[in-house]
Design a protein around this ligand. Structure first.
Ligand SMILES: Cc1ncc(COP(=O)(O)O)c(C=O)c1O
Length: 402
């Protein structure tokens, strides 16, 4: 029987770049997925945050080998022996963040981690800060936990979205307990700089806030570097639980795996106690895939990032040349673009007109909290040909030709 790590070392010499120019629509429509089955077949779906690319061969091979020769019974507790070491190595080599094994806890997704983190860090009725526009489940998690949302809106200063830290200080009340932070930021694509994070950390420490830092997109950075919030200082680490995982970077969202990371052992124990038996363990194939991706998937990831970067630049160039009234800031990270369509005359929900007339499915900006009116989120992780077809439809709709 082969172990997952041995198999994961297969074929590191593939030419990953060739894997991205696939016939996306034919391939994707043949496989049931949220992205490609929600809308009619004539609609191009550039919405939910999956990539249209096949997974890395090393990941596929590891899963195949495990299905052929491994056990699908309960995995060892708390994880396969290589899972935590592979994750620790990755956090250290990519982000210079060195952690003990006890600081990392696997869990079946970031959203479950947001739930148990919120419940461990605050009491019903207390406030959780979110920074809209932001990933919509943040609002649902807070509402379903019986906590209150405190909005701290990001501000577009013309060059990109920034945090107005003075406004945050002024908004905090005695009931404010938690900051639910997202970096790299979905949907704006911001990768916050160390200086910005340090300014935010001052407020966190001054007001003794807890931080749930969703860093799921940390491996998808084009410009600048990803700085884990908890790595800023020992004091910040004591107040933070970070959520991280392979599912966005390696396109494995259906496998359901993530990690909760904290150097505050008591805090992590509290979160784990809240989770208890309500939180299922992480499934076997997700663990196998993650070990393969983290140990052997970086050639694929570099090629994917190069392809995504080219798509990002192509999108920006076409919008600028063809519909300059549609504004956007090129994402520094993530494969998401936050489109400002307020000048395009498509109303408060431009995604409605783009869907009806353009047969193009984007995420409605209003899902991302206050200030999302007139915006839409576009996922550019698709083949260049599909992106071009989507842009043709967007341009024609904005010009009133569809
Ligand atoms: C910022 C962010 N957090 C969490 C998630 C969902 O994570 P999971 O599927 O692990 O619950 C997503 C998915 O797109 C996301 O973009």
């Amino acid at each position: 029987m082969s172990s997952p790590t041995t198999v994961a070392s297969l074929d590191p010499t593939i030419d990953p770049a060739s894997a991205f120019d696939v016939a996306v629509a034919e391939r994707s429509r043949a496989m049931p997925s949220a992205k490609w089955t929600r809308y009619d077949p004539d609609v191009l779906p550039l919405w939910v945050a999956d990539m249209d690319f096949p997974v890395a061969d090393v990941v596929r091979a590891a899963i195949h080998a495990h299905v052929e020769g491994g056990s699908l019974g309960y995995p060892p507790h708390p994880a396969f022996p290589d899972l935590i070491p592979a994750t620790l190595d990755r956090l250290e080599t990519r982000f210079g963040w060195r952690l003990p094994a006890e600081a990392v806890q696997p869990l079946p997704g970031v959203i479950p981690g947001l739930f148990v983190g919120t419940e461990a860090m605050s009491a019903p009725g207390e406030q959780v800060i979110v920074q809209p526009p932001v990933y919509p489940p943040f609002f649902s998690v807070i509402a379903q936990s019986g906590r209150e949302v405190l909005h701290h809106r990001l501000v577009d200063d013309g060059d990109g979205y920034r945090m107005d830290v003075a406004a945050l200080r002024a908004a905090i009340t005695p009931a404010t307990r938690v900051l639910m932070f997202c970096n790299p930021h979905n949907p704006t694509g911001r990768v916050f700089s160390r200086a910005e994070l340090e300014a935010l950390a001052e407020v966190v420490l001054e007001h003794r806030l807890w931080v749930l830092s969703d860093e799921l997109h940390a491996d998808l950075v084009f410009d600048g570097e990803h700085v884990p919030f908890a790595s800023l200082s020992k004091d910040v680490a004591q107040r933070t639980v970070t959520l991280y995982g392979p599912t966005k970077a390696f396109n494995l969202a259906g496998l359901k795996i993530a990690f909760m990371v904290s150097e505050n052992a008591a805090l992590l124990a509290r979160v784990k106690a809240v989770a208890g038996y309500r939180m299922p363990g992480v499934n076997v194939l997700a663990q196998v895939a993650t070990i393969a991706a983290y140990r052997d998937g970086d050639a694929w990831l570099s090629a994917a990032l190069a392809y995504l970067r080219a798509n990002r630049d192509h999108l920006a160039a076409r919008l600028h040349a063809e519909v300059p009234e549609v504004r956007s800031h090129a994402p520094e990270g993530t494969y998401l673009t936050w489109l400002d369509l307020r000048g395009a005359g498509l109303g408060d929900d431009p995604s409605g007109a783009l869907l009806e007339r353009g047969r193009l499915a984007l995420n409605p900006g209003t899902d991302y909290g206050p200030g999302g009116e007139g915006f839409a989120r576009l996922n550019l992780a698709t083949s260049r040909a599909t992106l071009d077809e989507a842009l043709d439809r967007l341009v024609a709709t904005v010009r009133g030709e569809r």
